[in-house]
Ligand binder design. Structure first.
Ligand SMILES: Nc1nc2c(ncn2[C@@H]2O[C@H](COP(=O)(O)OP(=O)(O)OP(=O)(O)O)[C@@H](O)[C@H]2O)c(=O)[nH]1
Ligand SMILES: [Mg+2]
Length: 589
């Protein structure tokens, strides 16, 4: 039988599979060290007590970000250990080219595996095995397969364990169907898939490529897995008359129907393949293990050939001859890279919560919030003068009428106590606009000024006066009195006075004296009010300057004691993260 050569070719090729195991151990060790190291650094980070006390809101955001990173690094460690456990399966089979058959429940996976095992060359030994739940390998007689009995459609009967066989250099792995009643089975299959050097994905020709299957394939392609799709069970029963009796005979589906199904599958796959079609999509073709078996048993060449099984063998042989060595040596790298890309870096999948890309987003948000708040304090510093000026103005205005020379010391002290309260209120209000809940330490807000700087004193003006004028006025006045007295002579008293005046010649003396008066110059200080207005202005200016400095100091103190450490932590984490990222990118290659 001509087609048998393709089968023979396949089995013979298995002997020549040469395996180069790539030395990934060192890289794995390195990756593990990097993850552990980063994890250690991050686990040691905590939110400073002062920050937590001062600003619970900001501290919470920082805390959450840190917790997220801590959890993520823990997830990486867990996943890495999981991945290494699966490597056990891989290392059991490290000298084999691993073909994994993976797909929906009842797609015909086990039947295809049993077919391949059964048709081996007589000189070959096939060894069946299964992995139990604990991951232990055990020998079995053949792949557990659901025979086409009356219970064939009973979904409870399905492959439940990872099973397989080795045949020379090939390990054939049969997986529990995805979408089976036992959900964990599907998960189990997925866990092992990473070890595959090559994947065969069967989809039943009863209804090829259903939605869930498209989704599974998409995931496989995303893992960079090379997949050949087989449309299985591409046969049908036909009524035929044998020896006068109507019997059902199994036939291959017509080539037209197969073509159209293959085309349909191909079109659907193209839709989900973004790029890199060549590297992930193998062939798509329909097969029937049942017609192939029957063809072989009945020596029916046509039935066997049209089952497409010979073509299946040809393709797999080609893969084994031409690509197995490379695929085998690439697979561990693929797994390693896929772990780094998907599990840690989060390339391409935005929904990985524990990826570096998600962490970066969170750090970015935190940093933005810190920067924004820092900037707002910068603005508060700039506005401190304006903010306080009108307050100081209005408080002083309230008191200014009451201020006198006598009470100024006392009142200025009273005003300052009030100013102090107002300034505290303003600073508190300003800070609370930035942080709703902020515990501010105000010890630095002590007031200080010397009352002696603000004494109110009388104001005098110095003027020049001449004695001539002054004396002349005096003597003229006196002379007037004298003259009035003389004029009033009739009065007895006046008469006495005027007699005295006249007898002494006082009137004449006064007149002469006035005439004699020579002019001489003198200065005099006269009170023109006090310096209250000025002192108040000075007081206002002094207090504004003082409280502006106080406010600025508080804002600056907050920037230094609060934001700087916050920024420090955030920047430190970012820089450790980016070093870690660079390191793992380097070992990823
Ligand atoms: N007509 C037809 N039926 C097939 C063919 N291959 C498998 N079947 C039948 O399909 C059913 C499922 O076959 P299995 O090989 O057990 O399928 P499976 O994918 O291993 O199933 P699970 O392991 O339970 O997911 C059985 O009843 C098989 O007899 C085929 O080529 N033609
Ligand atoms: Mg099965």
């Amino acid at each position: 039988m001509n087609q048998l050569t393709s089968m023979e070719d396949f089995y013979k090729s298995l002997k020549d599979i040469s395996i180069i195991n790539s030395g990934l151990d060192e890289k794995r060790e390195q990756l593990k060290n990097y993850i552990n190291e980063f994890n250690g650094v991050i686990q040691a980070k905590s939110v400073d007590e002062n920050i937590a006390k001062q600003n619970p809101e900001m501290a919470k955001m920082l805390e959450e970000t840190l917790v997220h990173i801590k959890n993520s690094t823990n997830v990486w460690i867990e996943n890495f250990e999981e991945a290494l456990k699966k490597e056990k399966f891989r290392s059991d089979l490290e000298n084999y080219f691993i073909i994994i058959i993976f797909g929906k429940v009842k797609a015909g996976k086990s039947s295809l595996g049993n077919f391949v095992a059964k048709r081996k060359l007589d000189t070959q030994t096939v060894q069946f095995f299964k992995y139990d739940e604990a991951g232990q390998k055990q020998s079995i007689k053949k792949l557990e397969e659901i025979e086409d009995t009356q219970f064939a459609t009973n979904n409870l009967e399905c492959t439940i364990e990872i099973q397989g066989f080795t045949l020379d250099g090939m390990a054939w792995i049969d997986t529990p169907g995805l979408g089976s009643m036992v959900k964990e089975n599907g998960e189990l299959a997925k866990a092992y898939i990473q070890s595959a050097d090559y994947i065969i994905y069967p989809t039943s020709s009863d209804s090829p490529l259903q939605q869930d299957e498209t989704k599974q394939l998409k995931e496989l392609f995303e893992q960079n897995k090379k997949v050949t799709i087989c449309i299985t069970k591409s046969d049908e029963k036909e009524e035929d008359e044998v020896d006068g009796e109507m019997v059902q005979i199994l036939q291959n589906k017509s080539s037209n129907r197969r073509d159209s199904q293959e085309k349909y599958v191909n079109d659907e796959i193209i839709k989900i393949l973004q790029s890199n079609k060549e590297s992930v999509l193998g062939d798509i073709f329909s097969i029937s293990t049942h017609t192939a078996s029957k063809g072989l048993e009945d020596n029916n060449d046509i039935l066997f050939e049209q089952s497409n099984i010979p073509k299946f063998y040809e393709l797999i042989t080609k893969v084994i001859k031409e690509k197995s060595t490379k695929l085998k040596s690439d697979t561990p790298y693929d797994g390693f890279r896929s772990f780094i890309d998907n599990g840690i870096l989060g390339i391409g999948s935005s929904d990985n919560e524990s990826s570096i890309s998600t962490i970066k987003d969170k750090l970015y948000d935190l940093d933005k919030k810190i920067k924004e708040s820092f900037e707002r304090f910068e603005i508060l510093k700039e506005n401190a003068n304006n903010d306080l000026e009108s307050e100081i103005e209005s408080v002083v205005a309230e008191y200014s009428n009451k201020i006198t020379q006598a009470n100024s010391n006392e009142i200025f002290v009273t005003i300052d106590v009030e100013l102090y309260k107002k300034v505290v209120e303003i600073i508190q209000k300003n800070i609370n606009e930035i942080f709703a809940d902020f515990d501010m330490a105000l010890e630095s807000l002590t007031t200080s000024f010397s009352t002696s700087d603000f004494l109110i004193e009388d104001k005098y003006k110095t003027i020049k006066t001449s004695t001539e004028n002054k004396n002349k006025t005096f003597f003229s006045g006196l002379l007037n009195v004298v003259n009035v007295c003389i004029a009033l002579i009739p009065h007895p008293a006046a008469k006495v006075v005027s007699t005295i005046i006249m007898s002494t010649g006082a009137d004449t003396y006064l007149g002469e004296k006035i005439g004699e008066m020579t002019s001489s110059e003198a200065t005099e200080s006269i009170k023109i009010g006090d310096n209250k207005g000025e002192v108040i202005q000075r007081f206002k200016a002094d207090r504004l300057k003082h409280y502006e400095l106080v406010a600025k100091d508080i804002y600056k103190g907050m920037q230094n004691s609060f934001f700087s450490p916050l920024q420090g932590i955030s920047q430190d984490v970012s820089s450790k993260l980016s070093t870690f990222e660079q390191n793992i990118k380097k070992i990823r290659g």
